[in-house]
Write a protein that binds this ligand. Structure first.
Ligand code: 6R9
Length: 583
């Protein structure tokens, strides 16, 4: 592999392994999702279960003793589970849920750090046919209440450290019947008849379970995601969505038989679900799960100790590694053979840096929670144009369109859209919000909300979001969610929140805050407001910058014009302000 001019050229004969997808053009022309079905298993009655594909089918055959999961805890404790073992544990947990009367379609949420129980719980939920919801451990009561109330979650699985946040809001959650506390680490036993303990229940449960037979489009998991307005929306994915997860893990992440794979994403994020659970185990691969905190040394050590070959991470993490003094040379990272990145634009420097330091380039890829799997990618066999998201996954039709749904010519910037019927893992609905679901589609296209263009060689280039959604450290945050929490603070009248470009984090959250008359605008108050958002919404969704202003720009109908705030912040023209209230 060599970097010449602006392209990373690949010679596939020189790669450590021949890529699964060797001839992109040919495969793109011939691939179809019907034939691709051979990669997943159905029951005799033509139903399926994603968890059967993820665990049970591998636990049956020759690979039953293969390690599915290597776990390293925050205190260095180590654990490993074969597929056979994972089958027993997930069956047991499915029995626990069945005993608690969890039925097909019930929502069960997981609020845990990166520990094996999180994965066991997720798969147990799928096995009973319930809908699994995942939550970031950074969530505080506002974020939790929004999600647990809207979804009507029946059971939450958490631990003693996180449980107090649930306790605070439980009285507002009429559907929440029980909480299961995982004992790993320290455990407090609150006196409450509605609380149960993971290991205690698992001990009583049988390792045999009759897995639920699900229809293709029956719901499997849900994830809340942010838009410009309103509360987060519950994106629903089905059991059959495993098909795209498996094929993209094969093609876009190039996972093969004996690879050791590490997806660093938290399962509160769609990447952690699809590529931390569905894809890798759907293929029968070995995955590393690391609970420890991020630091360049701790991450390099994971790669070294577990001889990680495939590493899927995000641009902010890569930039933090680039900015650190910890020399890559101090570690033996020679096991690595393929690097992937997702979540936000991967700047070209990051690709050149990784080529220099790891001898391998990062492969950027693009998709969204709603899409359920990678849709555009830099593939192992293709040259990389650093800064580009790559080409469409075989099976998927992507295009740049104008406002009338017409495809734009090469080089023209427009709306990045996909033909919905070609995205096998496309969301099935938005929970209790059909109107929102319908709003994603027009002129027979799925509209991503991203602006992009395609070059003459078919590579897609990201330009920006078409809406006000903020992408900080790869995480989508709706300005409205942050504004809502800020205005709860007694001294605040109103707030407008934008994403401000940031070299490390992609964007940071910046809040413009209007204070009540007579309140002094101090630095101390800024810190208090930051803390307030951290404590009530989520540890990572707080405004790193706050500016006090007298008045927010608003439309005549009273909507905050975040576009104007942003333009002002960046020193750009404010554009058309004819709908603006006198400003
Ligand atoms: C998987 C995931 C989706 C939004 C998406 C876009 C941004 C994702 C990107 C990227 C530039 C990439 N995004 N990948 N932007 N280059 N390679 O990230 O899902 O959290 O739903 O976010 O993230 O704006 O529309 P999700």
């Amino acid at each position: 592999m060599q970097g010449a001019a602006n392209i990373v050229h690949k010679d596939t004969r020189k790669l450590k392994k021949t890529p699964n997808l060797l001839d992109y053009e040919k495969t793109y022309k011939t691939f179809n999702w019907q034939e691709a079905e051979s990669e997943i298993d159905y029951f005799k009655d033509k139903t399926l279960n994603a968890a059967y594909n993820i665990v049970d089918r591998h636990a049956k055959g020759k690979g039953k003793n293969k390690i599915a999961l290597f776990f390293e805890g925050q205190n260095g404790e180590k654990e490993k589970h074969s597929f056979l073992n994972l089958q027993k544990l997930t069956n047991k947990f499915a029995n626990v849920l069945a005993f608690f009367n969890v039925k097909k379609g019930d929502r069960v949420f997981i609020f845990l750090p990166t520990i094996p129980e999180r994965y066991i719980a997720f798969l147990g939920i799928l096995k009973v046919g319930a809908v699994a919801g995942t939550l970031f451990p950074a969530f505080q009561e506002v974020a939790l209440l929004d999600r647990l109330l809207d979804s009507g979650a029946k059971i939450v699985i958490t631990n003693s450290v996180l449980y107090p946040r649930i306790k605070k809001i439980w009285s507002k959650l009429p559907n929440l019947e029980k909480v299961i506390i995982v004992e790993r680490g320290s455990v407090i036993y609150p006196k409450d008849k509605r609380i149960f303990y993971f290991n205690q229940e698992m001990k009583k449960a049988s390792p045999d379970f009759k897995i639920a037979h699900m229809k293709k489009d029956d719901f499997a998991y849900m994830l809340y995601t942010s838009g410009t307005t309103g509360k987060p929306k519950g994106v629903i994915h089905a059991h059959h969505d495993i098909l795209q997860a498996v094929w993209t893990t094969k093609f876009a992440l190039d996972v093969q038989g004996d690879d050791i794979y590490w997806c660093t994403a938290d399962s509160g994020w769609v990447t952690g679900v699809v590529y931390g659970i569905l894809g890798i185990w759907g293929l029968g691969g070995t995955s590393v799960i690391f609970e420890g905190r991020f630091s360049p040394a701790s991450w390099y050590k994971v790669i070294q100790d577990y001889k990680v070959t495939i590493w899927y991470t995000s641009p902010t993490a890569i930039r933090m590694l680039m900015g650190s003094d910890v020399a890559v040379k101090e570690f033996d990272l020679s096991s690595l053979r393929f690097l992937g990145s997702v979540g936000e634009p991967l700047n070209p420097e990051a690709v050149w840096w990784s080529l220099e330091y790891f001898g391998l380039p990062f492969h950027d890829n693009w998709w969204m929670t709603e899409l359920g799997g990678i849709c555009i990618a830099n593939f192992a066999s293709l040259d990389i144009k650093p800064g580009s998201m790559g080409k469409p996954m075989p099976g998927i039709k992507a295009a740049i369109i104008d406002g009338d749904g017409k495809e734009l010519p090469i080089g023209k910037e427009g709306s990045l859209a996909l033909k919905p019927e070609t995205v096998s893992s496309l969301m099935k609905t938005i929970w209790k919000n059909k109107e929102k679901y319908n709003s994603y589609f027009s002129y027979n296209w799925y509209i991503s909300g991203d602006r992009a263009y395609q070059d003459k060689d078919g590579y897609f280039w990201f330009v920006g979001r078409a809406d006000d959604v903020i992408n900080t450290m790869g995480e989508r945050i709706g300005p409205f969610e942050v504004e809502s929490v800020l205005v709860e603070y007694p001294e605040v009248v109103e707030a407008g929140v934008i994403g401000k470009p940031d070299e490390l984090r992609g964007e940071i959250i910046k809040a413009f805050v209007v204070l009540k008359a007579g309140v002094e605008a101090t630095e101390e108050l800024k810190e208090k407001l930051k803390d307030y958002v951290k404590k009530h919404l989520a540890g990572h969704a707080y405004p790193r910058e706050i500016e006090f202003i007298d008045k927010l720009p608003k439309t005549r109908s009273g909507k905050i014009m975040r576009r104007v705030l942003k333009a002002k912040e960046l020193g750009l023209s404010t554009g058309d302000t004819s709908t603006l209230e006198d400003y």
